[in-house]
Design a protein around this ligand. Structure first.
Ligand code: KE4
Length: 435
């Protein structure tokens, strides 16, 4: 497998772009090797600039629920683009997308469209603080909500992968109101609320954490958070940027039957374009400008091309889609489980509906520290063993597998076959096929 063109582009990119990438995790620092520069995507396949084909289990970190270049999405965005790329004025499409989101997500009565998950999460926190008049924010170690200052405190995605607890540039003032507690730890949450409850604006979580690999909520933990938010008067915020429209049309809140006050959305809702959203009860959302005093704005918010793509993707959703997606995710997860078992490789494969994750750890995974203590070197070896066999996993052991509707047979069979070969390689037995 040649990576000559990617290598040359990566070297060239580092002269003009920090780290050669526009988002840190893409640099392969956590797994080593040359990041693949992509030429195009076709359904389940990524094709890099050296002409190598990969079955994609990242799907742009989640947005591409139907794989690459899905015809309905591309046609909708193209038609929108031909009418103009941006107006900075309201359009009917924004209203239709807002109505689709409200129809799908139990907690949302009103919604504001923005440009990224970071912007949505940052705005949701400002809204919670503005609506409650309180300052403190409780978040969970290892949960990632984008890179806004108040939330980049021991975050779980890029920052954890790069081993930076918090980040230089986040001031003491910005971070001092953010309380960090371990995930799935009722005692720690109770203690934090006993101490800060009267000044707590929000409890913020990924209801199904997927930035410290996949560590589902313990039984009853989300309902516990709902009760603690009610006890303290804090706003309960679910960051469903990953789980939203992925675990089902209603996301994790519908799957688990716990309704937050505000929901943060991204990725799938934008159909692969820069679009995200935050929404919740109307009486909360009405605190936002222009009707309310909490300021939030954006030049390209509700961009008509991104809205058209998001609408086209959401309009493809139905129960059968999620049944198929869960089936594909199960085949991939079970394929890795069986491969590790038969090769004697000690790794855990977790599946939670249509999300799955692989962690090289023998201990149960309840919180971030359990994942941080895992063997990330082994994950890096798995990553490359799969990449060499034409399967593109996330280049970080803190990330999950993002399946897509483009994963049909025989693509699924190829993933399972490659997993078996990769597990044998990790166990130190060369491929029979490789001779
Ligand atoms: P963006 O600002 O990257 O659109 O969204 C931030 C964000 C917020 N909330 C959750 C739960 C998220 O997972 C993310 C971003 N996810 C990472 C991957 N796990 C994006 C990949 C990257 O940083 O390049």
């Amino acid at each position: 497998m040649s990576t000559d063109v990617s290598s040359r582009l990566f070297e060239r990119a580092q002269a003009s772009i920090p780290g050669g990438v526009n988002s840190p995790v893409r640099a392969f620092n956590s797994v080593g090797g040359i990041p693949r520069f992509i030429d195009r995507g076709e359904g389940a396949t990524l094709i890099d600039v050296d002409g190598n084909h990969y079955i994609d289990l990242v799907n742009s970190w989640g947005p591409l629920l139907f794989g690459h270049a899905r015809r309905e999405v591309i046609e909708a965005a193209t038609a929108a683009m031909l009418k103009g790329s941006s107006f900075g004025a309201p359009t009917e499409g924004e209203v239709r997308l807002a109505e689709q989101i409200i129809d799908a997500v139990p907690s949302i009565e009103k919604v504001r469209l923005v440009n990224s998950g970071t912007e949505a999460g940052m705005s949701a926190v400002r809204l919670a603080r503005g609506a409650t008049g309180r300052d403190k924010l409780l978040k969970f170690v290892g949960h990632y909500h984008g890179h806004s200052d108040a939330l980049l405190v021991a975050a779980g995605s890029g920052v954890a992968t790069l081993g930076i607890p918090g980040s230089p540039g986040v001031t003491e003032g910005a971070a001092k109101d953010t309380i960090l507690v371990p995930w799935n730890d009722e005692a720690a949450v109770t203690a934090a609320i006993d101490l800060h409850g009267d000044d707590l604006a929000a409890i913020l979580c990924e209801p199904v954490p997927a930035n410290m690999n996949l560590v589902p909520p313990a039984e009853g933990f989300l309902a516990f958070l709902r009760a603690q938010a009610d006890r303290s008067g804090a706003v309960l915020v679910f960051d469903e940027v990953i789980s939203g429209f992925r675990l089902g049309r209603g996301g994790a809140q519908a799957m688990h039957g716990v309704v937050p006050d505000i929901t943060v959305l991204g990725k799938i809702v934008g159909g692969g374009f820069p679009l995200a959203a935050f929404g919740g009860r109307a009486e909360l959302m009405d605190h936002l400008a222009p009707d309310g005093p909490v300021y939030q704005a954006g030049t390209l918010s509700g961009n008509p091309v991104a809205v058209a793509a998001g609408l086209a993707q959401l309009e493809l959703l139905n129960d059968e889609v999620y049944d198929c997606l869960e089936g594909a995710t199960r085949i991939v997860a079970d394929g890795f489980t069986d491969a590790f078992a038969s090769a004697g490789v000690r790794a855990q494969v977790t599946r939670h509906g249509t999300l799955a994750g692989i962690v090289f750890s023998e201990s149960p995974l309840h919180r971030y520290e359990d994942v941080a203590a895992a063997d990330h070197g082994a994950y890096a070896r798995l990553f490359h063993a799969m990449l060499d066999r034409g399967v593109y996993l996330a280049p970080s052991g803190y990330e999950v597998l993002f399946s897509s509707m483009a994963l049909e047979q025989p693509v699924l069979a190829r993933i399972v076959e490659a997993a078996g070969e990769a597990a044998e390689e990790l166990a130190g037995r060369p491929d029979e096929a490789a001779g």
